[in-house]
Design a protein around this ligand. Structure first.
Ligand code: FAD
Ligand code: EPU
Length: 341
């Protein structure tokens, strides 16, 4: 039974029936048809195997980066198995700008549309043109437009209608040559005369100072999503606590009146978890990270049960204190596939 420990940045001890890297669609379909339970893996930085997995793990190694440009845009077609940060770094060197806020996010290019990766004021959907996929059951190819992907905060069609139905083979990006740099988030606002290179370097510096390096301390980044609540819920909390950090988000409210905007408030889960007293807390071999409580870490030898216990404790405490239900951002796996807490 091969070990999955080095295939997932959380680094739990778990095994599976077989691990098969693939670098083209034909070999992927070959392995897929041979196994009744399959999990597609990129860099494993958002996947937490809490038990031995009773199936085959197919590791995406589809490579290749091609580029052309027009007067107004750079166009890139990137194999899903390329490493995200290496790709971002290459783009910086080539002056294909736009990804600078998304530097140092672990994982593969193919996973970036799945949760619509985001950091420091940018989400990748702003730069995605099309996503190339293959249907698992039929091998039929499909090209999804940006709109087809139904991107949202840490969300896309790949978590809903297309969940477990497609392999992403390539992501196509479209980068405008003229655009406004995004420097509104946190410490980026203090950059003088910002350039893409300065943003790229600053983002790397901030991330290194706050987030644990998975090669040193197992983790999967933010364990939970930041909850988006109604203004009423936010106001009730703000009455009780001084200076609740928050961001206003406006979403199209298609339920009532197409085009109208519904105002909601995003409250950092890190703050809720901090207030609930978990920051720096250790339970068995799992710690709530001292500089970023939204991240749970594996102190070495943690079990899947330890992770689930800690996550459930946090959810219950935040629910009790604030009446807000935290949802995991990470993909949690049991023996047969994805599970919910
Ligand atoms: P995996 O864990 O391998 O896969 C994630 C999911 O996508 C799984 O369900 C898998 O089945 C599916 N999948 C992967 N590839 C394919 C494919 N080709 N076709 C179909 N399905 C596929 N995320 C952010 O958004 N912002 C951050 O700032 C951020 N910071 C992080 C910091 C750290 C230290 C860590 C460890 C993680 C962080 N993350 C962040 C989370 C993670 O890096 C992203 O979600 C990343 O996109 C996951 O890529 P991966 O290849 O490792 O995904
Ligand atoms: N905070 C606290 N206590 C702390 C740390 C933070 O109260 O100890 C509060 C502060 O008010 C701070 C706020 O939380 O301003 C937000 O913290 P931070 O800027 O670190 O961002 P985050 O909301 O916790 C999100 C993403 C990260 C992304 C950063 C930067 C989610 C779930 N997480 O974290 O993404 O890197 O913003 O943009 O949206 C990931 O998805 O894995 C990930 C790391």
């Amino acid at each position: 039974m091969p070990s999955l420990q080095r295939y997932s940045t959380f680094g739990l001890f778990a095994s599976c029936n077989s691990i098969q890297p693939f670098s083209d669609v034909a070999s992927f379909l070959h392995y897929y048809q041979q196994s009744s339970i399959v999990y597609i893996l990129g860099g494993g930085s958002n996947s937490v195997f809490t038990q031995d997995f009773d199936g085959t793990v197919l590791v995406n190694e589809i490579k290749g980066i091609s580029h052309f440009d027009t007067e107004s845009h750079h166009y890139l077609r990137v194999g899903a198995g390329e490493n995200w940060h290496d790709f971002v770094t290459l783009c910086m060197k080539e002056k294909w700008y736009g990804f600078e806020n998304l530097a140092l996010i672990p994982g593969s290019v193919g996973a970036c549309p799945i949760q619509n990766i985001g950091a420091y004021g940018r989400e990748v959907n702003a730069l995605i043109d099309k996503v190339e996929c293959v249907f698992l059951e039929t091998g039929e190819q499909v090209l999804l437009s940006n709109k087809d992907c139904q991107f949202g905060y840490r969300d896309s069609v790949f978590k809903h209608a297309l969940a477990n139905k497609v392999l992403i083979t390539h992501v196509n990006f479209k980068l405008p040559k003229h655009y406004e740099l995004e420097t509104s988030y946190g410490e980026l606002a203090s950059l003088s005369d910002p350039t893409p290179e300065k943003i790229y370097n600053k983002v790397i510096e901030i991330r290194k100072s706050k987030l644990p390096d998975p090669s040193e301390l197992g983790n999967a980044g933010s364990f939970f999503k930041n909850p988006v609540v109604s203004t009423t819920v936010y106001q009730a909390i703000a009455q009780e606590y001084d200076a609740v950090p928050h961001f206003v988000v406006r979403e199209n409210d298609e339920r009532t009146n197409a085009g109208s905007k519904l105002e909601q408030i995003k409250i950092p889960a890190a703050w809720l978890i901090d207030q609930a007293g978990f920051k720096g807390k250790t339970l068995n071999k799992v710690r709530c990270h001292p500089t970023q409580p939204l991240v749970l870490t594996n102190l070495g030898g943690a079990t899947g049960g330890d992770v689930i216990t800690m996550a459930k404790d946090i959810i219950a405490s935040v629910q009790e204190k604030f009446g807000i239900q935290l949802e995991p951002e990470v993909r949690i796996l049991g023996s047969k596939g994805l599970i919910s807490l």
